[in-house]
Design a protein around this ligand. Sequence first.
Ligand SMILES: Cc1cc2nc3c(=O)[nH]c(=O)nc-3n(C[C@H](O)[C@H](O)[C@H](O)COP(=O)(O)OP(=O)(O)OC[C@H]3O[C@@H](n4cnc5c(N)ncnc54)[C@H](O)[C@@H]3O)c2cc1C
Length: 275
Amino acid sequence: DLSALLKSGFSSRVRSLYSGTGGPDPLFQPIGGMMQIPLAFQKVIGERIKLGAEVRSVSQTEDAVQVTYRDTTTGEEHREIADYCVCCLPMSVLKEIDITLSSDMAAAVNETGQSTSAKMGLQMRRRFWEEDDGIFGGHLWSRSLQLGEFSYPSNDYFSEKGVLLGYYGNGNQANLSDKSVQGRLDHVLTQASKVHPQIRDEFESAYSVWWEKVPYSLGAYGRTPGLALREQLSKPDGRIYLGSAGTGTRPAWLEGAIQAAWRTVETLHDRAMKG
Ligand SMILES: Cc1cc2nc3c(=O)[nH]c(=O)nc-3n(C[C@H](O)[C@H](O)[C@H](O)COP(=O)(O)OP(=O)(O)OC[C@H]3O[C@@H](n4cnc5c(N)ncnc54)[C@H](O)[C@@H]3O)c2cc1C
């Protein structure tokens, strides 16, 4: 019944299918997942990256910038002094740390917002959606189920087990943010079993990430800042440059981080060359 389909709100969920819907175009999936992109950078510049270094403060004078950080293994405090600092901390973290910014820049940082997106993965002992229902990849969308985007894996078809994306949406929906992991899991399995009655029997284990509650994220990707805000965030502030994806037009995409990096490198290079 086409009219029932059109009235269901289904069309509001049709996205990422044509250009101009907000994401990069065309969309690709890196083999092994999005994490392979930063790992590939790490392979090239690995020895210059200091892991386990929790930045506590960034302060600047006319001549230099000082960053203090805590070694998360030993608990020791360290500091680095440099001519400039390109600060790529997420805006949500930047709001919390001790950093010397002008009042205009501090206000701009405080104006940025963060998505409340959250995810839950469900490992199934059998790929029943493929074997029983003939579903290979794709998504299940329904407002009433309150699962956000529920997705079927588009990898390893016909293999033994599979991980469903059981929940991808606003972490505050159905009070999930305040629930225990078990409480979130109960919600997801109860709702998903309305479409897939096999899901409880085939369930093996789950993971859940509510980014707002992850200390070094304090939220999922940033919300896209308006033009005036972007212009402010993209300016150097004394000797500090903000270089995260949250300063540009695509905070929710790795492409946004790369755009911000190019912009910052070019601006800083021009300044350094002028002496
Ligand atoms: C649920 C979800 C799904 C996504 N899906 C996609 C996708 O499919 N495709 C895509 O292109 N993009 C996706 N993104 C967006 C992408 O991950 C971001 O746009 C991108 O990672 C932003 O890059 P960034 O370098 O600005 O920040 P981040 O990648 O967030 O890097 C910031 C770094 O700072 C570190 N940090 C935080 N606090 C401190 C501190 N005090 N001291 C030291 N280090 C600190 C963090 O640990 C992190 O490593 C997704 C994001 C989320 C949350």
